[in-house]
Design a protein around this ligand. Structure first.
Ligand code: ADP
Ligand code: SF4
Length: 692
């Protein structure tokens, strides 16, 4: 297939100071959770993106000194020469495919609590940064930097830049964003200095200017020098000589860096979840930058549509299309556009599970791309698959995320696959969940898989087909995969924090009832101890129908786990805007049809709230009756020629969609033609990586 000429502009080379990017696809720095301790894993993860056509591939944050220590969160380092080799593996992997390698040198200032190095965090004026935010909560306050500290910082940056050059990087960053040290100097409320680095905006950008100059002096003209800067907060402030302080800051520094990498200030706005922000959401903040500089500008916005990318360039918003999440969800996105296969792009759904992996301190996981982070340790290439080892046919029962992903991967390997789904539509839990407020984009999980399956001749899809044991025996497939999902229960939650006792009464509902179209009578109480998106999304959904919705949770926040995915503050705002009352740190003790009894989780003090319908979003249980019934018929299975029956996804262990997809993918990868490995009998453990 050939490229659509409409997208030619995306494949033009772009000069960045002394180096040239081969096209406009720029993987901006993003966390991978891999650190220097997993150098091969990291090199393969980044190298696959270069292979997939990203013209520039960057690292995540690379600390320049032990006073920038983010532990226990994962971060890379370039503290001394021994760190160079680990990074060189990545630059080699990126260069192998003709892409440029960029490195985000980083000092976290007061955001880095230095839990391991135990050095006092550095800051412009000795103030804590966002100290009610879990990640930044600590009890060692930062110290104020003096002139000697500033000179040290400039030296660390220069030394880091020299090491980056030795490691083979082509673009070296100064990072003045997201609350990190140089950014902390930009904000007047935070920078109270009375020396040359505080006061006017010209003084507040001085540190950034000096860092850029120190970097340039260190690398000469062998590397480009990039500035990554957050502009949201400054954009909201009037300037003295320009529209805003953001305009003034950009004017003051306009021609110093070789590249402007512009972004938002906080993770929930910068890496906004699709529930609350559309593609291209940064444009109103960063759209002005190109008017003030002749240097190339890169920015992000969860871009997956080539038409939107072209529009960003044609309208003079960006020169380079930045991608972090879209490059994780589909490392081959540029190549697919280049080869006229843009309909094959596996689009990021904006769920931010990738970010939750960083918060978990582990290598990146992705809902859409189960191979992310597994390229080296399991040898899973996103676009290449081991061929069939037999002509055995497989029957997959259940067409949710697990079943569909399993079918896609088995199908791509060449196996004949049949998928039977009870519902009229494929998608499993997503057929309902994508109808909840904000969750439509998650439908891409189903769409991409169905689209891929329909292109595979040896895969047959049967919607509206509920199979029982006898049906399965009669179909005579050699291998059976059970992907029948899970169901929500009406379990309450005990004061010592585990699910206990079903409350099976009239007008007690679960999300499964809502999926069937039940509309509970108000006032409604939603009791959430699942803590991920479902409780909050259900409350928002019900607020569209009932005039009184109260959300009750045992956690300290609404949808408490969503602090991992950047959604939490946005869920709070959305519930408040929709008129949903929230009651945290309470459990539901009883419901009599007219009132619900809630109890404080710490004191046990009870009170009653008016309530005619109670929706419990708590624990899910595997829908595994079919699997268990099959296992009881082993003689019949043998007679019918069934060699294996495997349970995957939520039917094995209920989890988030990311886990179901991964489970389906793993089964398909490890299927050896006769049987697959199970969790109980894993294959040879994945290859372990070690620091160099
Ligand atoms: P997962 O996330 O593990 O893919 P889901 O609950 O999203 O799980 O999807 C499971 C799918 O399996 C649902 O669409 C459901 O309709 C389907 N299913 C359940 N039991 C059967 C059955 N006996 N025959 C066919 N399909 C089934
Ligand atoms: Fe996109 Fe979700 Fe994958 Fe992150 S985890 S890259 S948000 S699909």
């Amino acid at each position: 297939m050939v490229r659509n000429p409409r997208f030619d502009v995306l494949f033009e080379p772009v000069r960045i100071g002394p180096v040239t990017a081969p096209n406009r696809f720029y993987q901006v720095p993003h966390a991978s959770g891999m650190t220097n301790a997993l150098p091969q894993v990291r090199a393969a993860f980044r190298g696959v993106k270069a292979e997939g056509g990203w013209g520039v591939v960057c690292t995540g944050a690379v600390s320049i000194h032990p006073s920038s220590d983010d532990s226990p969160l994962p971060f890379a380092s370039l503290w001394d020469d021994r760190d160079i080799r680990a990074h060189a593996l990545m630059t080699d992997a990126v260069h192998e495919h003709g892409a440029l390698a960029g490195i985000e040198l980083w000092h976290g200032g007061a955001c880095s609590l230095n839990r391991t190095s135990r050095l006092a965090p550095l800051s412009p004026s000795g103030m804590p940064w966002m100290s009610t935010h879990l990640g930044f909560m600590g009890n060692l306050r930062p110290r104020t930097m003096d002139g000697g500290d500033i000179r040290d910082l400039l030296r660390w940056q220069a030394e880091g830049a020299k090491r980056a050059l030795q490691a083979g990087f082509d673009i070296v960053y100064v990072y003045a964003g997201m609350g990190y040290l140089p950014y902390e100097f930009l904000l007047p409320e935070y920078n109270h200095r009375t020396d040359a680095y505080g006061g006017s905006i010209a003084n507040r950008v001085r540190l950034v200017r000096e860092l850029l100059e120190a970097t340039r002096d260190a690398v000469g003209h062998r590397c480009a020098v990039a500035l990554r800067i957050s502009l949201e907060e400054l954009r909201g402030r009037p300037g003295v000589n320009a529209v805003s302080e953001a305009h003034e800051a950009v004017e003051l520094l306009a021609h110093i860096p070789d590249l402007w990498d512009v972004k938002m200030d906080s993770s929930p706005t910068d890496c906004a979840p699709s529930r609350f922000a559309p593609e291209g959401s940064h444009e109103p903040i960063i759209g002005f930058v190109k008017q003030l500089t002749t240097k190339p500008v890169v920015g992000v916005g969860r871009f997956t549509s080539p038409d939107v990318m072209v529009s960003q360039i044609r309208r003079g918003i960006l020169d380079l299309i930045g991608g972090a999440r879209p490059s994780i969800a589909d490392p081959f996105l540029p190549r697919k556009i280049n080869e006229g296969r843009e309909h094959e792009i596996r689009e990021c759904i904006g769920c931010n599970i990738c970010i939750s992996s960083w918060h978990d301190g582990v290598p990146v996981r992705c809902t859409q791309n189960p191979t992310a982070g597994e390229e080296w340790r399991r040898g899973w290439h996103p676009e290449r698959f081991a061929p069939t080892k037999s002509d055995a046919s497989l029957l997959i029962v259940g067409g949710g995320p697990a079943g569909l992903e399993c079918a896609v991967t088995l199908g791509r390997r060449g196996y004949p696959v049949t998928v039977a789904e009870a519902g009229r539509q494929f998608g499993g839990r997503l057929t309902f969940e994508t109808r909840l407020p904000g969750l439509r984009t998650w439908g891409r999980v189903t769409d991409w898989r169905l689209h891929t399956l329909r292109e595979l001749e040896h895969v047959t899809l049967y919607p509206g087909s509920t199979l029982d044991v006898d049906d399965i025996l009669a179909l005579e497939h050699r291998h059976v995969v059970i992907a029948t999902g899970a169901r929500w229960t009406k379990m309450l939650f005990s004061p010592i924090e585990f699910p206990v006792g079903e409350l099976d009464r009239e007008r007690v509902y679960t999300p499964d009832d809502l999926a069937l179209g039940e509309i509970p009578l108000g006032p409604v109480v939603v009791f959430d101890y699942d803590n991920y998106y479902m409780g909050g999304a259900v409350a928002l959904h019900l607020a569209e129908h009932a005039d009184s919705v109260t959300y009750v949770t045992t956690a300290g926040n609404v949808s408490a786990w969503t602090f991992m995915t950047n959604e939490l503050p946005l869920v709070h705002r959305a519930l408040s805007k929709a008129g949903v009352a929230s009651l945290t740190l309470h459990l539901v003790a009883d419901f009599d049809g007219e009132t619900v009894t809630v109890a404080d989780v710490y004191t046990g003090v009870q009170r009653r709230l008016p309530c005619r319908s109670l929706v419990i979003v708590g624990m899910r249980k595997p829908r595994d009756e079919l699997y268990r019934a099959l296992m009881e018929r082993s003689d019949d299975l043998t007679r019918a020629g069934v060699a294996s029956v495997t349970c995957i996804g939520d039917a094995l262990a209920p989890g988030a969609i990311v886990h179901a997809v991964y489970s389906g993918h793993r089964h398909a990868r490890e299927f050896d033609g006769e049987a697959a490995c199970s969790d109980a009998q894993p294959p040879a453990p994945y290859t372990r990586d070690f620091p160099l």
